[in-house]
Design a protein around this ligand. Structure first.
Ligand code: HEC
Length: 129
């Protein structure tokens, strides 16, 4: 085999590998956007009592449990654009206390998988699109 042949077959193999990754779609690449439908289901179960079904931070627990400060408004585009995904991930996984925020925001890092947190972040972002 000439060096040229080796190189072209290597390139061909790489091309196949890249094509396979692209065919899988971005959702399968680590750290890519989560699934909104799955995120909505997780939020209904774990978050809406405080954050509200409309994401405005006005769930029934806000008044019932005297949450002060209340959860933020996920429909506020300006506010939400100041929160990078890593902030959302950290406060969801580690809770408000770890982020110098309200102690009433629970930590879900032991309850939810990283992929589920991706799903929640994707869902939260729909309110400010
Ligand atoms: C017991 C009430 C409660 C529950 C349940 C709760 N949160 Fe929160 N969350 C809060 C409060 C209160 C804050 C406001 C923290 C602050 O600003 O000091 C907050 C803040 C946040 C923030 C930062 C932006 C904002 O809204 O202020 C995110 C993101 C968040 N929560 C996501 C979630 C997710 C996702 C869930 C469900 C998996 C959840 N929370 C469940 C009370 C709650």
């Amino acid at each position: 085999m000439t060096p040229l042949k080796i190189r072209s077959s290597t390139i061909a193999r790489l091309a196949v590998a890249f094509a396979a990754v692209f065919a899988m779609g971005p959702a399968h690449i680590a750290g890519a956007a989560g699934d909104v439908t799955a995120g909505r289901a997780l939020a209904l179960k774990n978050c809406v009592k405080c954050h509200g079904t409309d994401g405005k931070g006005d769930g029934p627990a806000v008044a019932a449990e005297h949450l002060s400060p209340p959860p933020g408004d996920w429909t506020d585009k300006e506010d939400m654009s100041e929160h990078p995904d890593v902030f959302l991930r950290n406060i969801i996984e580690q809770g408000g206390a770890a982020m110098d925020k309200s102690l009433r925001m629970p930590a879900f890092g032991k309850k939810l998988t990283p992929a589920q947190v991706d799903d929640l972040i994707a869902y939260i972002r729909t309110f400010s699109k």
